[in-house]
Design a protein. Sequence first.
Lengths: 351, 294
Amino acid sequence: MATPLETEPAAVQTAAGPGEDRPAYRGTLRYALTKLGGALLSIGMVIVATFFLFRLIPGDPVIAYTRDVPLSPDQIELLRRQMGLDKPLMQQFADFVLRTLQFDLGTSYEYKRPVTDLIGERVGPTLLLTGVGLFIAVSLGLWQGTRAAWHHGGRLDRFSTGVSLVLWSVPTFWLGLLLLMVLGAGIGPIPGLFPTRGMESVDAPDGFGYVLDVAHHMVLPCLTLVAVVYAQYLLVMRSSLLDEIGQDYVTTARAKGLRDDMVRRRHAIPNALLPTVTLVFIHIGFVVGGAVSVETVYSWPGLGLLFYEAIKGPDFAVMQGTFMVVCVAVIIMNTLADVAYHVLDPRVRSA
Amino acid sequence: MSAVTWARRRSALARFWQQYRRQRAGVVGAVVLLVFVVLAVITPLITDRTGMDVTKATGDKMAPPSLEFLLGTDESGRSILLMILWGSRVSLLIGFLSALLSMVIGTVVGIAAGHFRGWASATLMRITDWFLVLPSLVLALVLSAILGGSTSTIILAIGITSWASTARLIRAQTLAVEARPYIERSKALGAGHWHVMTRHVLPNVAPLVLANTTLQVASAIVAESTLAFLGADSGQASWGQLLRGSYDWGAATAGAWWYILAPGLCIVAVVLAFTLCGRAMEAVLNPRLRGVSR
């Protein structure tokens, strides 16, 4: 098997065979290189898939890409040549790959600007929103998951599992709409507390005031994102810790007479944490999906909104560019998480 | 198949049902599902479709719930209740069919990847991992935008982007089944690939596939509503489409809570019901989970 993306860390232990008597770092290096190769292959597959997917668009690509812009037959012919549509398919494919590798993602006719520039502008807000959201969701999920597992079967455990299941069933955009209605626009006696759209006010002050303004705008989108993604971290941490609690070393630690709190903090949690954090990064694609919905509902000027507008247009050049950028980013995050896990967890390495 | 096999299957089914009945949440989920499915099926019998037509709407615009319109009206005076009833047919249909598609792809790939060795298995797993990593919502949006909006393209888009986790699960189970001695015996007696895969592996993974499909329907319904909301709709009035309308017409800022709350609650109820059923089935079928999750 080339490079499996192990969602179950335990399987790695049994799979490893050769290289036992070599120094540990060489094993790690080899592992990292294999993973890197796998990631490059995946990125290659994204580029190939994108090229052929976007050839499936019905009708004339020139018309599809330049939508709404009135063109004379001469202009169409010129564009056709510029887009390389008069060349054979393989030549087109080679050109596409070459341009993509040079970060040239084409031009949007909707904005009349290079797609790369558009994406560059929108990356910041998305990173801000998902970064803050992920941080809160991970800390909250891990903390509550730990509590739930430790008091397994108790009231908090049942409550947490119930809440997570409900949150998992809620479509992200609907939760966004609800929060927008209750906390943004205000309903009945509740006044509107938070702005409903955008990232900053028109008359935003400079300096620290600007930071506060952005933070004010970020409350609702962030809350939505956290509510939807934290549930799965909670469940993963809970089951991971439950696995650890059954282990012999926890019983030993207890038998030594350690306080309950000590057993949990020093013994069980560190072991349960690693697989959980890896899973968090492996499921980053889920967060990306959530971000698209949240940014759409709150008109947050990030990549998700750009993508949504491209779908709505449809602006195929932007759609294609955003799709590739998002996919590549997700693949890189996954690979990093995988390698970091391998380096950090001696159980996987020495097996 | 011989009568003995059927008798054995029947008793296994009875045993399954007895254990399932003990899962209270699972039973609640099944009842909720039954209610929704029955309502969706009898909708054409108890309601009149003309109410869905914008030009024939009788109510006021964005009117709050009243005796005449139990769940209020939308921006052109149509009854929300009527639209939810008809929408349930679209949402459930897309949910079921795309889960079915994803299950078929996932099972075939999973069994093949577990049964065969070498490059075939490696290639299949490589593709599975690729689909597993990619953000499925983004891929589904691109697919439906390119293929154009219709019910079948939405089903295709959701099915193609959601089979990877099923394939992984089935592959693991296939490996476990194929390690058993009776498979070796069967091979020694001259069984080919096809025989082993369909007669020995498939019946063994089938219960797991069923439980997984139930969970898959839940996420397919969420996916459908999200796709509809983000503009990749099937052209039919599904629940997601209804919520799209509420957003377009500013129901949130206008305080028209009935327009947002009712369709959303239906989605949550159905999805939660499918999830509860799936979890209950898993708990019954997977002994490792028994006693851990209550």
